[in-house]
Write a new protein. Structure first.
Length: 360
């Protein structure tokens, strides 16, 4: 009789998430992370609405809030793409400023229309992201070190270019359609007598397109699965014939493209293209992605979760601001939220591993 074969040992950092996905089990609704984020966000909206009725004002509060959430969701998606291959992008804010620089230059000096300036912005972001990924893939240096170095390099480069190309360290030329994109809402779009909500900005269309594209990439394509496998287990991906170096370059190119899109959206929201765009993108990029369910170790992403995580952070920020909480205290609260999210990320990995071990 053939002796029983012992189950292979699993590495908790890489094998647990995929093994757990192969053994689906129904969780109670209160354990579901995305549903919990949605319920918590709605509950906080109701609470802030009771404490400060002005929180529910469609034009003065909800419109700029949703515009900020739309921008920061794209920032979280940029970080999520890098995390999908087990990397991180500490230069996400500088890449946003780098891409916006090219858009502003195109409008101010080249007289480009709004769509062409946006394409130039996206191309610049994808190029600097691809360069970052190529350096990581070729040298084998940690993404933490490379993207941190790129952050400092872009900080100096963008400032120098603005100083050389502008008089006031900002491009102020506004192409046709930019002011409308900034201030128009879905209330300006009507199908007969039915119009949209005045609280939803038209700029949210960029976020919807980014969410749909990444959802299709990771959920329906082989390329998306290869990106996730590269993050979950690079050695196994290499042995499976996946060109992991190219996938790393692709992931960082997508991250740079999305960061540039976020920079363009931020510039539209403020009305100017300046060097300081993206200075506050770092913390929201990790908060939205990690709160939404993306693993820091790679291999697992949640596109809708990034939207919900960013929405929760945006609601907390706006609500506490209306309640009179200062910026310093607000940053402390958000830092604590990120620390809890990172702790939950580790706990979730360990729990998934233990469940797999018990099932074997």
């Amino acid at each position: 009789m053939t002796p029983p074969v012992a189950p292979p040992l699993l590495d908790p950092e890489t094998e647990a998430p995929r093994a757990a996905a192969r053994t689906p089990h129904k969780l109670p609704f209160w354990v579901n992370q995305r549903l919990g984020l949605l319920v918590l966000t709605l509950a906080l909206c109701a609470l802030f609405g009771v404490l400060r009725p002005a929180f529910l004002d469609e034009r003065l509060v909800l419109f700029p809030l949703l515009r900020d959430i739309a921008t920061l969701t794209v920032v979280a998606l940029a970080q999520m793409v890098a995390l999908s291959v087990g990397h991180m992008n500490l230069a996400v804010g500088r890449m946003a400023a780098f891409g916006a620089l090219f858009a502003g230059f195109g409008y101010d000096r080249l007289g480009l229309p709004l769509p062409l300036g946006l394409l130039l912005c996206l191309f610049a972001g994808a190029a600097i992201g691809a360069l970052t990924g190529w350096i990581i893939a070729r040298t084998g240096v940690s993404s933490f070190v490379v993207t941190l170095a790129m952050d400092f390099a872009l900080l100096g480069l963008v400032s120098l270019l603005y100083s050389a190309l502008t008089e006031n360290a900002a491009f102020t030329t506004r192409p046709s359609g930019l002011a409308e994109l900034r201030s128009y809402s879905l209330a300006d779009i009507c199908a007969g007598p039915v119009c949209g909500s005045p609280a939803v900005p038209q700029m949210i269309q960029f976020t919807v397109l980014a969410l749909a594209a990444l959802g299709f990439l990771y959920g329906c394509t082989r390329l998306g699965r290869e990106l996730l496998l590269t993050g979950a287990n690079p050695a196994a991906a290499e042995l499976s014939g996946i060109p992991t170096g190219r996938r790393i370059v692709l992931a960082h190119a997508l991250s740079g493209l999305l960061a540039a899109l976020a920079g363009f959206m931020a510039a539209v929201g403020t009305g100017t293209f300046r060097a300081s765009l993206g200075d506050d993108f770092m913390l929201p990029s990790f908060l939205g992605a990690v709160l939404g369910g993306t693993l820091l170790t790679g291999g697992v992403v949640s596109v809708i979760g990034a939207l919900l995580g960013t929405s929760l952070v945006g609601v907390i920020r706006k609500g506490l601001d209306l309640l009179g909480v200062g910026l310093e205290s607000l940053n402390i609260y958000l830092g604590c939220v990120l620390l809890l999210a990172l702790s939950a990320d580790r706990v979730r990995t360990v729990v998934s591993y233990r469940k797999v071990v018990r099932s074997t």
